[in-house]
Design a protein around this ligand. Structure first.
Ligand code: PLP
Length: 412
């Protein structure tokens, strides 16, 4: 592809807009591979006057104007920022999507999405999801007149039955959190389409490296970039990605109007992290699978929940709609809360902490930690019991992780 000539003055500290990137601006030949896109898209050194290989962090909250209301590209940092634009460009590239909008957190992304709906609108939810997502939709959304129905979406008839004329959105996580159920994305996208509703998939667990919901019929993907996409447990941020211009325009408007924006430093950190996403996801996948295989043979483990195991009830579906799994898995230990606590306290390499998706391995009890905001009765129905432990398997050497688990199981 021919490279365009640069107008240096015009390019000084400017970035491509969403529109430019979505139509392939022509500055770089469009790369094919995931890692190449993640490393080169949106961070072309030629677009900066200094030719810097790592994009600059632009801290300025305001931008000089040529005349009143006549500005080059940016006027105020909430409405637009070059470091944020670079990150949004990288996100579009790794998802092969037209539009990406970043927010101050994963929950900030969902808050903004709810802002697209009005009183009386109905949302169908998957029944097993991050407790904070459920709390936001159920407790805060309800205050604004948004109605929600949670169903086990692994049975498509449940989704069909839950749809109402007022249903505007189906919102799911797959694999689910913390039970690792798999929902059939193509089937659910069809139900959404037949009912003139949107399908939004929280793709935090797998990232676009392993699962591509937009290509399977979803209208939007949401991310807690805090997790694998950043992968270093040092940034809280969220994003929504879509190919739908109308939705993008609404979200872009709300990003500014609601003010739920990330800071430029954090944007630069996530832009950096996306460059190693492919490498990291491959290693999370192989480490977690090795651990799942070890745990399923251990006498103190009642059941291992990992979609990559052939024993997983939806293993075949997982293989049809994803190309791998991350480091998230859960297990029921032989014991109750006391044994679960003893086990977690005995771990030396896994850290007892909430969250997931970082280079370091973490372990937790969802019922009293990440999912304590799910009502106790719902937790009982779903089998989120006190002997259910969730692991986020990091990037350490698998032999060390396995011996850490072995030692903790011996003393629990
Ligand atoms: C699947 C999933 N979605 C969304 C969120 C919320 O993201 P954040 O903590 O960045 O607000 C989390 C947080 O744990 C999560 O696990």
């Amino acid at each position: 592809m021919e490279r365009k000539k640069y107008d240096k003055k015009k390019l000084l500290y400017t970035c491509f807009t969403n529109e430019d990137m979505s139509e392939n601006s022509g500055y770089l030949p469009e790369p094919k591979g995931f890692a190449t896109k993640a490393i080169h898209s949106a961070t072309d050194p030629d677009k900066w006057d200094s030719m810097c290989v790592v994009p600059p962090i632009v801290l300025s909250t305001t931008f000089k104007q040529y005349g009143p209301a006549q500005f080059k590209q940016y006027d105020y940092g909430r409405s637009g920022n070059p470091s944020r634009d670079v990150l949004e460009g990288s996100l579009r590239a790794v998802e092969d999507a037209k539009y990406a909008v970043c927010f101050a957190s994963g929950l900030g992304a969902l808050t903004t999405l709810i802002g697209c709906f009005s009183t009386g609108d109905h949302i169908v939810l998957g029944d097993d999801m991050y407790g904070g997502n459920f709390r936001l939709l159920d407790k805060v959304g309800k205050n604004f007149g948004i109605q929600v129905t949670a169903v086990d979406a692994s049975n498509i008839d449940n989704v069909k039955r839950a749809m109402r004329p007022s249903t505007k959105l189906i919102f799911i996580e797959t694999p689910t959190n913390p039970l690792l159920k798999i929902f059939d994305l193509r089937a659910i996208a069809e139900v959404a389409k037949n009912n003139h509703a949107l399908l939004c998939v929280d793709n935090t667990f797998l990232t676009p490296y392993f699962q591509r919901p937009l290509e399977l019929g979803a209208d939007l993907t949401t991310y807690s970039l805090t997790k694998y996409m950043n992968g270093h447990s040092d940034v809280i941020m969220g994003a929504i990605i879509t190919n739908n211009k109308e939705l993008h325009d609404k979200l872009r408007f709300l990003q500014n109007a609601m003010g739920i924006i990330p800071g430029p430093f954090d944007c630069a950190l996530v832009t950096r992290s996306l460059k190693t996403l492919a490498l990291r996801m491959k290693k999370h996948n192989s480490n977690a699978l090795a651990i799942a295989q070890f745990l399923q043979t251990h006498p103190r483990i009642l059941k291992v929940l990992h979609p990559g195991l052939e024993s997983h009830p939806q293993h075949a579906l997982m293989k049809q709609q994803t190309s791998g799994h991350s480091g998230i898995m859960s297990m029921y230990i032989d014991g109750e809360r006391k044994e679960a606590e003893n086990f977690l306290k005995a771990l030396k390499i896994f850290t007892l902490a909430e969250s997931l998706g970082g280079y370091e391995s973490l372990a937790e009890i969802p019922s009293i930690m990440t999912h304590s905001s799910i009502p106790a009765e719902t937790r009982r129905e779903l089998n989120i019991t006190d002997n259910l432990i969730r692991l986020s398997v990091g990037l350490e050497d698998p032999e060390d992780l396995i011996s850490d688990l072995q030692n903790a199981l011996d003393v629990m």
